[in-house]
Write a protein that binds this ligand. Structure first.
Ligand code: PEP
Ligand code: MG
Length: 572
């Protein structure tokens, strides 16, 4: 029996057969020639045959692929049929005696460089050429095609990590669960899995040792994979399958704990398209609008008018509802050419997010002008907050800029330990706080959120992180709130908008610590709503106290799960 443990990033329990993602195709040796005595014409003909069969396989997959994946696969299939690659490769075989595989490799390089030289849209196609080249070489060698296995039966996908191109073609009807040996809880792969509602575990060392075709039980509530599948495991998996057939729903309007305590469930968005999806999922508003996503591919700063239009488009989905706009959070994993310095030795600890306004003031003031203009033209209740605040001076400066523009409420994200431990003074200087548990975890644990090797530290169940969430809520109570503006609460509002808010067990802990809104990917709303509606505030407080006092992150999670049998019953 073998058991592997990783970090659970998207819940669910399945029993399924492992299929491993094929590694990238190895480059054929430089100078590899056709075998002695072989016919160059026949070797050249193999290239056309291999390209045709790659095209056919991709077209077949495109027919069954969902959403964006269809277009990605169609474009790649077209590339396989493009004669410029095959004819160039055939030329290398006929004129230079290169092996078919080596010829295709070199032809791919040549066509890709040509496209890169053309710039713009054509340059973006260079990656597709290299993808197709790899597939043709694998076909010529009789190897498994790179990327997600092309099989018809549902499977548990194991991989080192997924590239963005792989995730676009991942078919949730075929992939039952995803287990990677690398990647962290905030990696692109983890975020995608949560969006798709796909059970997923990352940073599971050794998982690639499981042989293709092995039956395993994946528990993505706990983060374990075992090849010793028991009857109990099958029952857990059936409960999860049942939940998929009769999915939980969230009807909106907030939720009520068993003692009548009310709570808003909000959505995280990156733009108008997400806002529409969030409204369709009945989110009670937006708790985090990541505005930088509108500008990540821009070389220069968008104009105030462009920004105003973009914000208005997003606000349109939430008339009368709260939309918390976060000012640009650039830097570290989200560099913006017009704002951040890519040469910093430690970008996550550098001039990022709110700090960029010290040198380039106008980018922040222009953005606030645009948010203010959009807020005036919209029915949404627009709140504004700044990311990566460390000192009370930061808060006072930001709030001052908001007040000059009649932007209220104005708040801060609590993402640094310093903001959490000075929360009473921070909240005295602003209207609300939203805890970014992704960054708060990275800075509390001093563990880069992008590093799979540090995933066990980058875990919001760490008692140190929960202690700082508690400190923030206690600070908000000490600072007091305005019951007129924010309802009956005596504390200034504190939300959580990091990924922790979408984990049903952690959501109970956060509520118990005193958080009064949770913002998450819309997919997570139903499970969080269901689990919260089964507990009272007092129970949540008891579970929270146990989690904060736990010796380890695992102990904290186990204690909370033991007190919430509903999680197991739902297969979460
Ligand atoms: C966070 O840090 O928790 C957060 C919500 O911000 P982001 O993930 O965009 O850094
Ligand atoms: Mg953050």
């Amino acid at each position: 029996m073998s058991q592997y443990t990783g970090v659970a990033v998207s819940p669910g329990r399945v029993v399924g057969t492992v299929r491993t993602m094929a590694p990238p195709v190895a480059e054929p040796p430089v100078g590899e020639k056709i075998p002695e005595g072989a016919d160059p014409q026949a070797e050249a003909a193999r290239i056309a045959e291999a390209a045709a069969s790659v095209q056919q396989a991709l077209t077949h997959r495109a027919e069954h692929a969902p959403g964006d994946g269809k277009a990605v696969l169609e474009a790649t299939a077209q590339m396989a049929a493009d004669p410029s690659l095959t004819q160039t490769a055939q030329g290398f075989v006929l004129a230079g005696g290169a092996s078919a595989a080596r010829a295709v490799w070199e032809a791919g390089d040549q066509v890709a460089s040509m496209l890169e030289g053309l710039g713009g849209y054509m340059a973006e196609r260079a990656a597709d050429v290299k993808d197709v080249r790899g597939r043709i070489v694998a076909e010529l060698r009789g190897e498994q095609a790179p990327g997600i296995p092309d099989v018809e039966e549902p499977f548990v996908l194991t991989a080192t990590d997924l590239a963005p191109a792989d995730t676009a073609t991942l078919d949730p009807a075929l992939v039952m669960a995803l287990v990677t040996s690398d990647g962290g809880p905030q990696s692109h792969t983890a975020i995608l899995a949560r969006q798709l509602g796909l059970p997923a575990i990352v940073a599971a060392k050794g998982v690639l040792d499981i042989a293709d075709g092995t039956e395993v039980f994946v528990d993505a509530g706990f983060g374990t994979i075992t090849d010793d599948v028991t009857d109990e495991h099958r029952r857990f998996a059936e409960a999860w399958t049942e939940l998929q057939k009769n999915p939980l729903t969230y009807e909106g309007g907030g939720i009520e704990l068993t003692d009548g305590t009310r709570m808003q469930l909000l959505a995280n968005i990156g733009g108008a398209k997400d806002a529409k999806a969030a409204a369709a999922a009945h989110a009670d508003g937006v708790g985090l609008f990541r505005t930088e996503f509108l500008f990540l591919d821009r070389e220069d700063e968008p104009t105030v008018e462009e920004q105003t239009t973009a914000y208005l488009e997003a606000f349109a989905s939430f008339p009368g509802k709260k939309v918390v706009v976060r000012t640009i959070d650039a830097g570290a994993d989200k560099p913006l050419p017009f704002l951040t310095d890519t040469d910093e030795p430690n970008p996550a600890l550098g001039v990022r997010a709110y700090r960029t306004s010290w040198e380039k003031r106008s980018v922040l003031t222009n953005q606030l002008d645009a948010i203010s203009a959009a807020a005036k033209q919209s029915d949404a209740k627009v709140w504004v907050m700044a990311p990566m605040i460390s000192t009370t001076e930061d808060t006072e400066d930001f709030v001052g800029l908001c007040r000059e523009r009649d932007l209220a409420p104005a708040g801060i994200m609590v993402e640094t330990p310093s903001a959490a431990v000075t929360a009473d003074r921070q909240l005295a200087a602003c209207d609300f706080a939203s805890i970014g548990t992704n960054d708060l975890t990275q800075y509390t644990m001093a563990a880069d959120r992008m590093l799979g090797t540090l995933a066990h530290l980058n875990n919001p169940w760490q008692p140190a992180v929960l202690t700082l969430v508690k400190a923030t809520c206690d600070g908000a109570r000490a600072a007091g709130g305005d019951p007129e503006a924010f309802g009956e609460s005596a504390a200034k509002p504190v939300g959580v908008c990091g990924e922790a808010a979408g984990d049903p067990g952690l959501a109970v802990v956060l509520v118990g610590l005193g958080v009064n809104s949770l913002s998450m990917t819309p997919r997570s709303l139903p499970a969080v709503a269901k689990v919260l509606s089964t507990v009272s505030l007092e129970q949540a407080q008891q579970l929270a106290a146990a989690a904060v006092a736990a010796r380890t992150a695992d102990d904290a999670r186990d204690a909370v799960r033991a007190g919430l049998p509903i999680l197991g019953e739902l297969g979460l």
